[in-house]
Design a protein around this ligand. Sequence first.
Ligand SMILES: Cc1cc2nc3c(=O)[nH]c(=O)nc-3n(C[C@H](O)[C@H](O)[C@H](O)COP(=O)(O)OP(=O)(O)OC[C@H]3O[C@@H](n4cnc5c(N)ncnc54)[C@H](O)[C@@H]3O)c2cc1C
Length: 373
Amino acid sequence: MKTIIVGGGIMGLSTAWGLAREGHEVELFEQGPLPNPLASSVDQHRLIRHPYGDHAGYARMIDEAFIAWDLLWGDLGQRYYASTGTLALTGNGADWAERSAAVLSRIGKPMTEIPVVDLPRRFPLLDTKGVEHAYWMETGGVLFAQDIVGALVRHLRARPNVRLHEDTAVREVDLERGSVTTTSGGKHTADAIVVAAGAWLPRLLPALSGRVVPSRQVVIYFDLPAEQRAAWAKGPMVIDKTGDVGLYLVPPAEGRGMKIGDHEFSRKGDPNAAREASEDEMRPLLDRCRSLLKGFEDWRIEQLKVCFYSVTDDERFVVEKHGARGWVMSPCSGHGFKFGAVMGLELARTITGGRDAAAHAKWAAGLVGDAPT
Ligand SMILES: Cc1cc2nc3c(=O)[nH]c(=O)nc-3n(C[C@H](O)[C@H](O)[C@H](O)COP(=O)(O)OP(=O)(O)OC[C@H]3O[C@@H](n4cnc5c(N)ncnc54)[C@H](O)[C@@H]3O)c2cc1C
């Protein structure tokens, strides 16, 4: 069976991996280089964690995600992951951590509540003023995203049943007949087409615009004094919903950068526009860093990086059959990377195994606990 994939981010590449490892033929088209630095998947790191607010389906899916990553590490011959544990903090009327803990306890994966008085001793890198509840979980950590994408590209290039076309944009897809037309006019056909075009999806499939919305996001990389960096390199990922702005902190594990971002959707921006950001627009996040992180006055901004989410209203993933031969694959809303390997493997199984498309879409939307059988 032959499948054409549009898009060489984690979703397209993982689907190619899932198909190719079962002996199927794959042709993948990427509009830029492979990896493409403009893709959402191409950044130093992405977090994986069990706490998921009210989304029990995605909280359950984390175990499947880890199993799929382990399978990928086996195929790549290297593990691109550092375990850090997950620290979730709330206060100021927010209750994301409490809701996450309640869901996780219901599904048999309890978080540990840490008494606020113990926080300064347990986490001396943080100033925990204003924190009302703190929860800890041993699981969770940092996926080395751009290294994973790069290793997947090399792995797929070496496979005889995979053809990767870089710098080859697809202009048109026919999901009914199973064909794509590139901007240079080349027409290619297959038994199935997967459109995994990230924030560019609505350009290729305008019917999806409004439902999947590109959202410009800015993250900050920091340069910090060596002793603080060394301490944070062994520190936890932090999800903080205590200040006026929600914050996530990615520790500089295994020599990677120290990164902080927020999860407020801008719901605007053009992924093809110049990717510029100013310190001013990050003021609320910087203010929160100042009150949460001890020694923050010695940190310097190293890079403001613009990246794109593809957002849905309910933050659920869109992985759906469209037309007789087409699949739209858009698991993002700012939380898709952690599921990249499992999304790819499972879509490959559904495409080639004839599994029920509606059940697959429901699973990917986090509406059930297990993959479709
Ligand atoms: C700042 C930021 C922080 C994030 N943090 C996390 C996190 O901590 N944990 C987590 O799980 N997720 C996180 N995410 C989300 C995650 O990165 C994305 O969900 C995931 O990378 C999406 O992968 P993708 O393959 O769908 O899209 P992309 O990686 O964008 O890949 C799509 C590819 O399709 C190509 N393409 C588009 N149109 C065409 C065309 N017409 N022809 C050919 N090629 C085309 C593009 O060039 C691109 O390379 C974050 C995202 C951002 C932006």
